[in-house]
Write a protein that binds this ligand. Structure first.
Ligand SMILES: Nc1ncnc2c1ncn2[C@@H]1O[C@H](COP(=O)(O)OP(=O)(O)OP(=O)(O)O)[C@@H](O)[C@H]1O
Length: 553
């Protein structure tokens, strides 16, 4: 229940709307009770021999209550959904903040489709909790007290008539609880797995087609869909059985009340039969409603647990209480030790090197030796287990995220572009940059060159994930992005690997322009790039050695 409790706490931020929902629901339930009772009294009076016009006032009251109930139903639905969507918007924001703090995950990375399911479907599932459960639970308790008092006023026997049925309805969620909890968890997990599979498939469609694996993938997706359908069927069967038993109990309560009056032993006047019937069924109504709401408890609990788990994920790096501000100076790795998992191998072990201002240094080494890990650490995606990384005299851990981004910029190995135009993707790192600065950065990175292939210049659409562009075009956009930030530490992780020799030479010349004021680290396997650097650092076995001569003789 921890997840449910954790997400329910977010109602507290919308106390006024919650109280409003509570009151509207209470008015609605009292109105429905008044409608049922006034109708029953009208019938009782008619059975007692009363005729028109004596019944006119009562009939008018029934009609008026019906209209008021209809209006209150509309209002209740409006405010309860208003509350739900406010809390959901708040929760979605918090889920996004939690994901942003904890991604990229260092341990046990989760699939992006699965995380998408948490942010969308699971949060959406909780709409039921906020719009139809929390306030209604409290109102049902109050309504039970009111109907009990009214039943007692007629006869204590009447309470005894409907009480066993009430107990049955109350027991139903507990009886079905374990099975619905299992079914709900199964349903949520199957939905999230299918969503993750679909995201994976859509992202890797080209690879699947190239490998001739589309048919196999389609069959796997059909299997996941069948698993989801089975989970939906199981939960629908449980909910159906519970709903049928609950309705049966309400019918039994009404029948018991009528039998009690008809039997005459209770001393209840027979003309009160409609009132007794109404009280017995209305008394159970709100509890039946709660039972119906609790039917979704399994699914709600599973969704709340998944959302709660994301919200409780510790940040991968902690923000300092106060930032040392953006830094300037050499990039220094000082005795850095790092492993991805606590019991995994040490990727870096006492790694030390310095890239001074004005230098362009190549970081080389065999595949898997930890070069990209160094880039991730310099961007503070994670903190080192041992040692420190500094820019000038400032430890990266003493800088706020914004100050760090202004200090260290990188072109990553895998460049992700967002659906939109080339210009929008360049401005991503500096949204406040003027169009002139964006244009200038684009021009320096070769984006505006006649042979660049960007037909509409900065207005060229990049396609989803940048798929409408070549690797070289994506690299130019990423380079323009970092040139725009003008950060004093620049890291290029295999950035030039996608470019032809001529483009690489042009871009190397651009990078040399501002190099005197920057510390530039270049991760590369390419001999030409290495040859153009001031120094070469060889990473291997977790440590770094400076290579005096390149290529080594
Ligand atoms: N997120 C991760 N979780 C666990 N291990 C990882 C993760 N990322 C990288 N590794 C492991 O850390 C080691 C170093 O990887 P890294 O990507 O830093 O190497 P690299 O030198 O950049 O390789 P390449 O030249 O092929 O890009 C590898 O053994 C890799 O499997």
């Amino acid at each position: 229940m921890t997840g449910l409790r954790a997400v329910s706490r977010h109602i507290a931020g919308h106390r006024a709307v919650f109280v409003w929902t509570l009151l509207t629901n209470l008015v609605l339930q009292l109105g429905l009770l008044a409608l049922g009772l006034s109708g029953a009294v009208l019938l009782s009076r008619a059975l007692d021999g009363a005729t028109w016009p004596a019944l006119t006032v009562l009939a008018g009251a029934v009609a008026l209550t019906a209209v008021l109930c209809a209006l209150t139903t509309w209002r209740e639905s409006y405010v309860s959904h208003d509350l739900a969507y406010r809390v959901l918007a708040d929760l979605r924001g918090r889920v996004f903040t939690a994901l942003r703090r904890s991604l990229p995950a260092r341990h046990a990375p989760r699939r992006s489709g699965d995380l998408g399911a948490v942010a969308l479907s699971d949060v959406e599932t909780l709409e039921w909790l906020f719009a139809h459960t929390a306030a209604q639970l409290l109102v049902s308790g109050a309504m039970l007290a009111v109907t009990t008092a009214l039943s007692l006023a007629i006869s204590p026997w009447l309470v005894l008539a409907w009480l066993p049925c009430l107990l049955v309805i109350v027991a139903l969620p507990w009886l079905f609880g374990p099975a619905t909890a299992r079914g709900g968890a199964e349903l949520t997990a199957a939905g999230a797995a299918l969503q993750a599979d679909i995201v994976d498939t859509v992202q890797g469609m080209r690879e699947l087609a190239a490998a001739g694996a589309l048919d196999r993938r389609r069959r796997a997706l059909a299997d996941s869909t069948r698993t989801l359908a089975r989970a939906q069927w199981r939960i629908a069967r449980l909910n159906g059985a519970e709903a049928a038993l609950s309705d049966l109990a309400v019918a039994a309560a009404g029948t018991a009340a009528l039998a009690l009056v008809a039997g005459r032993a209770s001393g209840i006047d027979v003309t009160l039969a409609p009132v007794a019937f109404t009280l017995a069924t209305v008394a159970l109504g709100p509890i039946g409603q709660i039972s119906a709401l609790l039917r979704n408890l399994g699914t709600l609990r599973a969704a709340a647990d998944r959302v709660g788990a994301v919200l409780a994920t510790p940040p991968s790096v902690a923000e300092p209480a106060s930032s040392a501000g953006p830094a300037h100076g050499a990039l220094t790795f000082d005795g850095v030790g790092f492993r991805y998992t606590p019991d995994g191998p040490a990727v870096l072990d006492g790694t030390s090197f310095t890239v001074r201002v004005g230098e362009t240094v190549a970081l080389v080494g065999p595949s898997g030796c930890g070069k990209s890990t160094c880039v991730g650490l310099a961007l503070r995606l994670w903190d080192p287990d041992e040692g420190a990384i500094r820019v000038g005299d400032t430890d990266l851990r003493d800088m706020s995220d914004a100050d760090l981004r202004a200090t260290v910029a990188a072109v990553p190995q895998r460049i992700h572009l967002f659906t939109g135009t080339v210009g929008e993707n360049i401005a991503l790192a500096a949204p406040a940059a003027t169009p002139e600065r964006v244009r200038s950065a684009a021009a320096r990175a070769g984006v505006l060159a006649p042979d660049s292939g960007f037909a509409d210049g900065l207005d060229t659409p990049v396609g989803e994930g940048g798929r409408a562009l070549s690797g070289g075009q994506r690299a130019r956009i990423a380079l323009a992005r970092v040139l725009l930030t003008d950060a004093p530490v620049l890291i290029l992780d295999e950035a030039m690997a996608q470019l032809d020799a001529a483009s690489e030479e042009t871009l190397s010349a651009v990078l040399r322009e501002g190099a005197a004021h920057r510390a530039t680290l270049v991760v590369t396997h390419r001999a030409a790039t290495i040859g153009a650097c001031d120094r070469v650092l060889l990473l291997g076995g977790g440590t770094v050695d400076e290579v005096r001569e390149w290529p080594p003789s």
